[in-house]
Design a protein around this ligand. Structure first.
Ligand code: NAD
Length: 361
């Protein structure tokens, strides 16, 4: 039986890397039945939304999605299609491994971190108030009455929202992942010394959940200190569990540790559905140039194959990618010593090389 998968090419460089990834996945020999669904800025004119309902309907049917990046036009008041997708499908865990492979140009060796980012709450919950609106005046009034702080009305407000339920399930996810994958330690990352209530709740809940897992080491770190420690001694860390915003920032930092966004994969996982996508965005300035690295999405494809229990295919694709990286020949500009290296190949040539390599592994 072929695996039904919703394929969302996205926009910007999304369609190019999605096509390259689809080709390598099919070359593993696993059969797929792709339901291609469009989302992104171009859908806005046609359907009045960047995330049409048929995308969600399709994933509800197939239960698995593979997604290219989608642009969120900044400052236009539009909600991100990515955030909306994660919320609508309750994909509460954003799993982002950061692993160095031989041949990657990084200042570090032997990085093997797992970032577990909460995906539904925090400043990403979408609870925001625009200055000048009646709702905003109401909120300012309530804040003045309850706290004595009269805020400048020429301002805007985004609410940081953290619940016990969402924290419990994301921390449990991190510990369960540790158990299943034989990992040694979970570190909860927060800023509870300053945001005593929201991050305080995150930390207190994480401490409580950790007691259920005495077989796994547990510790916590303040997020600013965590950034420095990751740069100075990343080898001391294993699985990091974080609220949404810190998780987003730390996963880009971790991508930097392993050689860049071009190789950093991700998965959005909930109880019922899973959507796999690279950490990076749509890199619109490179769109339609056959230039950017498709490997982050291909590694996301490896994660998807494992999720579909296609372990042999996952291993073969991962090995082929590792070989191409180590060889350093058929790689895009970002994996070359210099970005203007004339021997860099394009997106589709990486796919050709990976497919060719898979014939030998
Ligand atoms: P970006 O990740 O798209 O690109 C930043 C830079 O990283 C690029 O200019 C490029 O130099 C490099 N880069 C990214 N992907 C690469 C690849 N595959 N190969 C080689 N180099 C790569 O970040 P941005 O410019 O901040 O965001 C662009 C748009 O993407 C924004 O609208 C943002 O909201 C959106 N975005 C979407 C997602 C998603 O779909 N999940 C994630 C992040 C950002």
């Amino acid at each position: 039986m072929p695996h039904a998968v919703t394929l969302i090419p996205g926009d910007g460089t999304g369609p190019e890397i999605t096509e390259a990834t689809r080709r390598v996945l099919e070359a593993t020999g696993v059969a797929f039945e792709w339901e291609v669904r469009q989302a992104g800025a171009e859908m806005l004119e046609k359907y009045g939304t960047i995330l049409p309902d048929d995308v969600i309907d399709s994933i509800k049917r197939t239960r698995v999605g593979l997604k290219g990046p989608i642009t969120t036009p900044a400052g236009k008041g539009l909600r991100s299609a990515n955030v909306t997708l994660r919320k609508k499908l309750d994909l509460y865990a954003n799993l982002r491994p950061a692993k160095t492979y031989p041949g990657l140009r990084s200042r570090y060796e032997n990085i093997d971190l797992i970032i577990v980012r909460e995906n539904t709450e925090d400043l990403y919950a979408g609870i925001e108030f625009q200055r000048g609106t009646a709702e905003y005046e109401d909120v300012l009034e309530t804040i003045a009455r309850t706290t004595g702080n009269r805020l400048d009305p020429n301002s805007a407000l985004s609410i940081k929202f953290i619940s016990v339920m969402a924290t419990r399930r994301i921390v449990r996810f991190a510990f369960e992942y540790a158990r299943i994958n034989n990992r040694r330690k979970v570190t909860a990352v927060h800023k509870a010394n300053i945001m005593r209530l929201s991050d305080g709740l995150f930390l207190a809940t994480a401490n409580e959940v950790a007691k259920e897992y005495p077989d796994i080491q547990y510790e916590d770190r303040i997020v600013d200190n965590m950034c420095m420690q990751l740069v100075q001694k990343p080898e001391c860390y294993d699985i990091l569990v974080l609220p949404n915003l810190y998780g987003d920032i730390i996963s880009d930092l971790s991508a930097g540790l392993i050689g860049g966004l071009g190789v950093a994969p991700g998965a959005n996982i909930g109880n019922d559905y899973a959507v796999f996508e690279p950490v990076h965005g749509s890199a619109p300035k490179y769109a339609r140039q056959n230039k950017v690295n498709p490997m982050a999405m291909m590694f996301s494809g490896v994660m998807m194959l494992r999720h579909l229990r296609e372990k042999d295919a996952a291993l073969r694709l991962e090995k082929a990618l590792m070989h191409i990286i180590a060889e350093g020949k058929y790689v895009t500009y970002d994996l070359k010593p210099r970005a203007d290296d004339p021997t860099a190949v394009g997106t589709s040539q990486v796919a050709d090389a990976v497919i060719e390599r898979m014939r030998h592994v």
